[in-house]
Design a binder for this molecule. Structure first.
Ligand SMILES: *Cc1c(COP(=O)(O)O)cnc(C)c1O
Length: 449
């Protein structure tokens, strides 16, 4: 397919502007959409049918030459920006040297270097080990395997509004039926769900909500049967629910007192997204195991479990692995991405993004009455949309605002168990002028409802 527009490469060199040359989607995207419909399973969903040819900084450029403001980062993946220079360099070098050996057959340094970096960057200064996988769901599955092998127990506690993936075990851990679980059962056994801390809706302090959850674990499962408690420090797909202060520390304390492995699923919150390396850092929470993926490798598929050496090493030799886990090209990308995060202090960039977004969204809330709560941390920000004057979830308005933003060239994502959350996950390389322009468009979309 030839392009009239002058897009030859992605990355930060792309013009950092919103530019609409056609309707969204434009005619070339519409043509590709027809091919997609005829060739790709209808079961694979889609937020916005524009086909991308280049991306970088804060923009996505489509086949019709439209330049869209990216407020999604491919779901919290391109934290370092698309086609980030150090990622591109590292991948190009590695892909020309060798593409695969299988780490379990003949190892290579990149895998070890990624594990060393994860052991150093994740919370806590105890001895750690890591293992690498391909996707977030696979990392979560392996965290459960490790916790069960270490404790010789079976039960796993997950939370309401939790999301952990789409494989069988991680569907069981995930709270929301549609679209993730519907018609796909039966699900893995020995998974129990307890209430999360959700200050906007439960009115409880963090410690009160922890007491409620712990009471349920004690009465319905029994602490001595529990291998692992797994939680997202900020619920992602569930709607960027930030638990009350004290909730996570109390759960960690309970887990520690009862020989339960505390697993933080930082797949969405990790790698500078919330203004720290990891969301657990905010309250000084030190998980036993931490799962990472998404932001880890600048867009290449990679995931990890990192945790206490005695837990990670408790599994029999050969019990963990996979053909592609820790692929050398993905490892090179991760090392490049981590360099980008360090060099440009992207944790501080995430905080600056939050400092621009949150006050502005609160102003929009005052004007519109449809924004029940503005919440989040760093560059992980959401608004919960409600019927004005009530706390009633309003999924229809949420979808309408998202559609209006898409039509204006701003890519936003929705979330929430009730589908009434607009979530914002800009690349941490988002220029401020584009962030402000996106907020202007979001405001207009809300005020037009
Ligand atoms: C996206 C996500 C997963 C699943 O990751 P995949 O790479 O899509 O398998 C698991 N946990 C959380 C918190 C996520 O956001």
């Amino acid at each position: 397919m030839s392009l009239d527009v002058a897009v030859t490469t992605g990355g930060p060199a792309l013009a950092q502007e919103r530019r609409l040359l056609t309707a969204v989607p434009g005619p070339r995207s519409v043509e590709l959409l027809a091919r997609r419909t005829a060739s790709v399973s209808a079961g694979v969903g889609g937020t916005l049918p524009v086909f991308i040819v280049a991306a970088g900084g804060g923009v996505l450029v489509d086949v019709d030459g439209n330049s869209l403001i990216d407020m999604g980062s491919g779901i919290a993946v391109t934290n370092v920006g698309n086609a980030a220079p150090r990622v591109v360099e590292a991948v190009q070098r590695q892909v020309a040297e060798f593409t695969h050996t299988c780490f379990m057959v003949t190892p290579y340094e990149g895998y070890v270097a990624v594990c060393e970096a994860l052991n150093a960057l994740t919370p806590g200064d105890h001895a750690k080990r890591s293992a690498l996988f391909n996707s977030g769901a696979e990392a979560v599955e392996n965290a459960v395997k490790i916790a069960r092998a270490f404790t010789r127990r079976q039960a796993v506690v997950a939370f309401e509004h939790g999301y952990h993936g789409r494989t069988n075990l991680t569907m069981a851990l995930t709270a929301k039926n549609m679209p993730y679980k519907h018609s796909f059962g039966p699900f893995a056994p020995e998974v129990y769900r307890v209430p999360l801390s959700y200050p906007y809706r439960d009115g409880l302090s963090g410690p009160e909500a922890a007491k409620r959850a712990i009471g349920r674990i004690d009465k319905e499962i029994g602490a001595e049967n529990v291998a692992a408690i797994i939680i997202e420090p900020i619920a992602g797909e569930g709607g960027f629910i930030v638990p009350g202060e004290g909730f996570l520390p109390e759960l960690v304390e309970y887990a520690r007192a009862n020989g339960i492995v505390f697993v933080a699923d930082e797949i969405q919150t990790g790698f500078c997204r919330t203004g720290d390396w990891f969301a657990c850092d905010h309250e000084g929470v030190v998980p036993d195991l931490i799962t990472t993926a998404k932001g880890i490798a600048g867009g290449l598929p990679l995931a990890a479990v990192t945790g206490r050496a005695e837990m990670m090493d408790s599994v029999h030799v050969g019990g963990l692995g996979g053909t592609y886990g820790g692929n050398p090209v993905a490892c090179a990308a991760a090392l490049g991405a981590i360099e980008e995060m360090r060099e440009h202090d992207l944790a501080a960039a995430a905080q600056r993004i939050g400092d621009v977004m949150i006050p502005r969204l609160r102003t929009i809330a005052e004007r519109s009455g449809r924004l029940g709560e503005v919440r989040g941390r760093g560059a992980m920000v959401a608004v919960e949309v409600v019927v004005p004057g009530t706390c009633e979830p309003d999924a229809a308005t949420t979808a309408a605002v998202a559609r209006a933003c898409h039509a204006e060239g701003v890519v936003v994502l929705t979330a929430g168990t009730d589908g009434n959350v607009l979530r914002f996950l800009p690349p941490l390389t988002m220029p401020e002028h584009l962030l402000v322009e996106a907020l202007d468009i979001i405001e207009r979309a809300f005020l037009a409802q």
